[in-house]
Write a protein of this length. Structure first.
Length: 178
């Protein structure tokens, strides 16, 4: 059994990850896993207009099967696991001592998060944050249901498999799918 992470991300940020614009996910904590580790992206609900692009092969197959290009206009991904990535590095993002209200990162790093430095401060309130690097992104042609994943709960005897009935608030441990 290999541990992985199931991470909940809002649709707005999922679109930026899928487009390649967002390559660093900022969180208040990090998993106790050695990098690299696999992270599955759960797209939260709330945007009926969200369209996660599907592969050209899947689009062509849909066209051959239905004679329609409707896949281009279908909401795709809300409330489902839309893909996975490898987190190959986790950076510690620390606040500066002077000037007050910013984190000690350069402008290029901020661009990769798709946040503004002020938004980082509003999120972290001066506490250390973690930048999860997104690499080897894979978006599923067909989003996966939560029930396909097995959660892992830490006990004093090790990780215990549990049924996932709802998405994690931020992220949680799961068994890696093969």
């Amino acid at each position: 059994m290999s541990k992985a992470v199931l991470i909940s991300i809002r649709p707005k940020w999922c679109e930026k990850i899928v487009s390649g614009e967002k390559t660093i996910e900022v969180r208040k904590n990090r998993p106790k896993l050695e990098t690299p580790f696999k992270a599955y992206i759960y797209c939260t609900t709330g945007r009926p207009d969200l369209n996660i692009p599907i592969s050209q092969e899947r689009l062509m197959q849909d066209y051959l099967n239905t004679g329609s290009m409707k896949s281009l206009n279908c909401p795709h991904g809300n409330g489902k696991v839309i893909g996975e990535f490898t987190c190959d590095r986790v950076d510690l993002i620390v606040p500066t001592t002077e000037p007050y209200g910013i984190y000690d990162i350069d402008d290029d790093y901020v661009l990769q998060t798709c946040l503004e430095n002020g938004a980082l401060w509003d999120y972290g309130h001066g506490q250390p944050l973690y930048g999860w690097h997104i690499s080897d992104l894979k978006i599923y042609d067909t989003p996966r249901e939560l029930r396909e994943f097995t959660g892992l709960r830490q006990t004093k005897f090790g990780a215990e498999p549990v049924t996932i009935t709802r998405p994690p608030q931020s992220w949680g441990y799961v068994e890696e799918l093969l």
